[in-house]
Ligand binder design. Sequence first.
Ligand code: GLY
Ligand code: MN
Ligand code: MN
Length: 438
Amino acid sequence: MSLYLDHLAALQRHAESALERTGFDMLLIASGIEKYAFLDDRPYLFQGNPHFKHWLPLTNHPHSWLAVRPGKKPRVVYYQPDDYWHVPPSAPSGEWVDAVELIVIREPEEAAQALADLVTPRTAIVGEADAALAGLQPNNPEALLNLLHWARGAKSPYELEQMRAAQRRAVPGHNAARAAFLRGESEAGIHRAYLVATGHTDRDLPYTNIVGLNEHAAVLHYQYQDESPPAESRSFLIDAGAQVNGYASDITRTWVAPGHDEFAALVAALEAEQLGLVDEVREGVDYRDIHLSTHRRIARVLRNAGIVNMSDEAMVEEGVTKPFFPHGVGHLLGLQVHDVGGFMASETGGVADKPEGHRYLRLTRPLQAGMVVTIEPGLYFIPTLLRQLRASPQAAQVDWDAVDRLARYGGIRIEDDVACRGAGEAPENLTRDAFAAM
Ligand code: GLY
Ligand code: MN
Ligand code: MN
């Protein structure tokens, strides 16, 4: 059997048990609908339902449906309009076609008829409210969604293959972006070099690229791309991914122009700690502990660089690492860049709390084999947070001359996508493996 068919069979088994446990006969999944700008006839970029993409490699397919029932092949209602304004989805093709019962429809409303023989009063319908059709009102039962979301945390061998491919697609973009930075190109020029090398357009990216030169690297989700290059390009932070069959990569690199040795040394120090954090991705480890370990490691970097003159313990205890590292160390990755289920206490729901005072952490679960997480420590010089530090009792322990020198580089983030393996096994660094293979 192929990896995909294995994946599909495992989803079917899990869905059957989840339906039985939650008292439903059938699971219906809406692929999603196109949404329009207010008072306008232009659609936003289509964002498909990740539950639909979990079963089928169909990412640009609004108005389609999937029906999962015990003991039978899934039914796919495939929307393929007769549309001369747009390119409709191509004729169904791929491994999934023979694994399902296929019905092609030309109008969205035809889906209700194509599913009418299956729907019972105990049908779970997973989808956005706007996807509703006559007799098909999404009810998104929480108990069932909990079971599905929990399971999505651990990736199947098929999914891991897609995620490795999403790395291989992004890495040439990162290499091209670095070369464009070293040539002195603008942020917009670097972004275009990234797109050309990945073969993506903006429509294909799993999230908006973050492309920041110099001080812009201090803006965590810097959302613009200047068309003019700065007078001097000292440093460059790029957070950019790619997509393959609906699966994302999420990679950040920070590069330094030649001759900026103090900042380059800081990047090297953070990278060493980042690799140490990657090695902490082990089955059974509580991801919150990796986040807390990040603060201890950043304290070490700040102390060794002479930026803060405190013990590592005191620095963490008194919150001095937080203005330099004001986000979480990472998150689950998969069909969504911030994949669902990061805060679940168990497969039946509940919330696993964030460590107190760490509100931006996006993953609080123990790691399981097959989970893919990002490990993305950062060290930034963010003016608004530094102002608060300057006004605090700990300000006297900070070398503000060093901070002022380094603030011209904005900051550092280094982000790899890492798969957790089985007990006692070292993690698989999907990102570094892809860079090494180029
Ligand atoms: N690219 C967004 C993030 O790293 O979480
Ligand atoms: Mn990330
Ligand atoms: Mn990222």
